[in-house]
Ligand binder design. Sequence first.
Ligand SMILES: Nc1nc2c(ncn2[C@@H]2O[C@H](COP(=O)(O)OP(=O)(O)OP(=O)(O)O)[C@@H](O)[C@H]2O)c(=O)[nH]1
Length: 390
Amino acid sequence: MTLHPPTILVMLLLGYAMLGLQLAIVRRRLLEEEALRRWSWGNSLLMLGHLMLLARVVVPLPVSVIAGNGLILLGECAYVTALQHFIEDRPMPRWVRRLCLACVLAMVPMALFDTPTRVFIASLLTPLPALWGVWLVWRARHRIERSLWPVGAGMALIAAALLARGAHAALHPHYYADPTLPHGLQAALLVTSFVALLGAGFGFVLACTERATRSLERLASHDHLTGALNRQPAELMLDNALQRARRERTTVAYVLLDLDRFKSVNDRHGHVFGDEVLRRFAHTVAARLRASDVFSRCGGEEFALVLPDSDAAGALGVLDELRRACAAMGLMTDDGRPFTITFSAGVALSPAGSVGAGTLYREADRALYEAKHGGRDRAVLAQPAAAASA
Ligand SMILES: Nc1nc2c(ncn2[C@@H]2O[C@H](COP(=O)(O)OP(=O)(O)OP(=O)(O)O)[C@@H](O)[C@H]2O)c(=O)[nH]1
């Protein structure tokens, strides 16, 4: 295979223009975040770099090639800083930034060398930022969006192709004597690295949209203050739990939790402190539940629990544990005094899913009312006929 570099460069420029357009749309429509801004910068630098390589017809060869490669490397560094922001939400470590800058500056004196030596040195420097990108994706592989995997793979491909090109240039320098006509393996490696860079760009846009969609979904289904589920998705999950209980002949416990005298918390310590109490309470409860349990905020300082496969003893046991955890929350008021909050609970049971969601809610609400009127800081178990104090 012999490459006609201007044709390849024009095709790559078209690819970067399309990616630039996509980045602009995503930034405008979905979110304007730092990582996307940096990736757009990287894309512009890569376009400039490729334009510079294309300008070798009018600009003397060492200048166009070195400026082009320098800009491409700078663009690659911008891609990797964007990746760092996206994955870790903080800038790149200073030593990595310095290394990137050193690699870009090291491109300048390369005008002094012949083409095979230039290719060899450039092929050793250019993969370094990409390798950092691969390391970032690999390190965060268990928590990142799936669509970021192709970005990591693209960066790995860039590094591998460039390193292979460097090794090839060292072993067969005569292939690299005429840079205007790359052919054979070096042509394939060059195209692979450029296309992988472009592919990583499209992968990053996908990862950004995936993250934005996920956070919109979370905003719709979860309470913003406490992170607990909102009422509507929780009702769907209660229906599912009841259906499963009917199939498996198990009992579902439904619990309404209400913080005691919460109005006076707001009145005495202010709404900001009240919000903090709600947040800490929700985190304390959520941390002690099983994966199959459902925790939601009904509104104000009232929450609900769906405990599948839990009878009365199981549900009251969970509430006892929550009561102890609540007492040990370690909240402090603004004036440095320890603060504790209690809650009242009403528990209703649906043996084998025989009691529907509406009835469960009414029974739990009645039991909660009894708990409040019985002195608060307690749980009351609703019986279809009578309520028993726990
Ligand atoms: N800080 C804060 N307060 C809230 C929020 N939602 C509701 N509240 C307050 O919660 C208080 C609930 O008060 P009440 O319904 O009278 O109940 P209570 O004072 O907890 O009394 P009992 O339930 O009878 O123990 C009200 O003052 C609401 O303004 C919220 O998101 N943040």
